[in-house]
Write a protein that binds this ligand. Sequence first.
Ligand SMILES: C[S@@+](CC[C@H](N)C(=O)[O-])C[C@H]1O[C@@H](n2cnc3c(N)ncnc32)[C@H](O)[C@@H]1O
Length: 213
Amino acid sequence: MRRLDAAFESGIHPAISFGKPAVWKGGTYVSASLSLVARLSPSQPIRRLLEDPEKVLVPYVREGMTVLEPGPGMGFFTLPLARRVGASGRVVAVDIQPRMIAGLKRRVARAGLLSRVDARVVAADSMGLTDLAGAVDFTLAFALVHELPTVEPFFAEVAQASKPGAGLLFVEPSGHVKPPLFEEELQAAAKAGFELRDRPSIRRSHAALLKKR
Ligand SMILES: C[S@@+](CC[C@H](N)C(=O)[O-])C[C@H]1O[C@@H](n2cnc3c(N)ncnc32)[C@H](O)[C@@H]1O
């Protein structure tokens, strides 16, 4: 496990770092030894250059906020979020994969930020956020929504957890999500009570800043 964390923190893509020399097969790296197949994705330092988490978050996240992060994965944004909300804020990070949450908790603990991050394993069909009703100031949904089987219940749950006027930064990878699908997803967000306020520019992404009515 520490190897996975170390690979993440050092910036080597974990799936590639575990294999014997990876071979190139039509847009995919195939690791011969562990049969791990990783889509070619940038290492963390390269991703940081393309999508600097600080730059992405600065306009929206302030000290003292309660932030919801559905689908944190390995936590590319979670630690920067926890630093920005400060000691008086908190980040609730929910993922369906127990190993993502376990790894995230280890990294959060190592960074001394455990008291600010509430990392939870949730079911695929509900984030179970009843304890957060009307408490969330800001939600970051980055590269998540296209993975959901249905999007309406997701936006409804985020809306229920959000304060009136709360922000939702909704970002999808442009490589996976074509513009018409992103627009459909935005319509689902609108049905749940989120108004479109801005379309920030984030490389390799479609992005929208939404506000809860
Ligand atoms: C593509 S990763 C994005 C990770 C992170 N947001 C980032 O940008 O680095 C999507 C994450 O969403 C999680 N996920 C998928 N469906 C989910 C659901 N219904 N509820 C919560 N998390 C989910 C996956 O397990 C995965 O960790």
